[in-house]
Design a protein around this ligand. Structure first.
Ligand code: XMP
Length: 317
């Protein structure tokens, strides 16, 4: 019978056997899968595990600092790499969604690879790959692989010349969460909404600039914190804000404004393959809209996305 406890026991024993005294590197993303993989590996090999967390300049507001802190609290040896400027420089002027994904994916591999090879005698690359990722990357001609290239799967191992260890590759998401719970990983980490690897880069629907990232981070934080305060966060599978390449006329006091529009997106889903927009309460939407427009300079209009997937996708790019 599969139980989280028996899985942990068996897996930790197998990892000890397989990895012995070898050094292992793991990329942490702040998400559920890599966090659970990190704690399992830490239980098996302790200080021989080094984790790397890259700030690509496209994370949520304060995410880099707060996620680093929670990993350190769990005892993990984690290196935070501030690579914001490199990603912003390389994304300058790029508007094509797939072009952005390619650059972000390539930069991530470069930064991660350089950092990983500073670890003396590193032999293994650990990944938080779960069973659905395995299936998805096998069916390379499947719709999800051709519609949008997901950068968090392939690419890394080929480049790095390391052996690969994937302790979660037979688990489904709900099993990963149960294992995480049994490992005492904080509820806030385990219950986090999915967040795309290219981050805010694909929620800015035009070229990425540091100023647009800042504006979007502010609006996104108001929306996400609002969902938490109104106890709506756990009723939503994923939520975020899109910064549209559209300006619209508004008034502020007796001044005319001509500023950006953002779209709020909140969906219910089980696996991201299909999704329904969430019927958030009007009072909540009204409050968030007011707060964004009043507090975030550069935004004067908020709209709510009421499209389901298919035919729309969850992200706008
Ligand atoms: P779509 O927009 O295709 O998104 O309906 C489905 C799920 O996948 C996430 N997503 C990505 N994740 N790299 C990722 O790691 C990507 O390039 C990417 N594009 C979309 C999206 O956030 C949603 O959870």
């Amino acid at each position: 019978d599969w139980t989280p406890t028996s899985f942990i026991e068996t897996t930790v024993a197998e990892l000890k056997e397989k990895l012995g005294n070898d050094k292992v590197v793991l990329g942490l993303s702040g998400g559920v899968d890599s966090s659970v993989a990190g704690v399992l590996l830490y239980q098996a090999i302790g200080k021989n595990l080094t984790c790397i967390f890259v700030d690509n300049g496209l994370l949520r507001k304060n995410e880099f600092e707060s996620v680093l802190d929670s990993y350190k609290d769990m005892g993990l040896n984690v290196i935070g790499v501030d690579a914001k400027q490199k990603f912003w420089d390389d994304l300058k002027g790029v508007t094509d969604p797939e072009g952005k994904r390619k650059i972000i994916g390539r930069d991530f591999i470069e930064v991660f690879d350089a950092e990983a090879h500073k670890i003396k005698d590193v032999k293994w690359l650990a990944q938080g790959t779960i069973y659905p990722d395995v299936i998805e990357s096998v069916s390379v001609n499947g719709p999800s692989a051709t519609i949008k290239s997901h950068h968090n799967v392939g690419g890394l191992p080929e480049k790095m010349n390391l052996k690969v260890v994937e302790p979660l590759n037979l688990l489904f998401k709900d099993e990963v969460r149960r294992v995480g719970k049994a490992l005492n990983i904080k509820k806030e980490l385990l219950g986090r909404h999915p967040f795309p690897g290219p981050g805010l880069g694909i929620r800015i629907l035009s070229d990425v600039t540091p100023e647009k990232v800042r504006i979007l981070q502010e609006a996104d934080a108001i929306f996400i914190n609002g969902l938490r305060e109104w106890n709506l966060y756990d009723d939503v599978w994923q939520a975020g804000v899109m910064l549209l390449p559209v300006q619209s006329v508004g008034v502020m006091g007796d001044e005319r404004t001509y500023e950006n529009v953002v779209a709020l997106r909140a969906v219910m889903s089980t696996d991201g393959m299909t999704a329904d927009w969430v019927h958030l309460p009007y009072e909540f939407l009204a409050k968030i809209s007011n707060e964004i427009i009043n507090k975030v300079r550069g935004i004067n209009r908020v709209v709510y996305d009421i499209s389901s997937k298919p035919p729309a996708t969850i992200e706008w790019e």
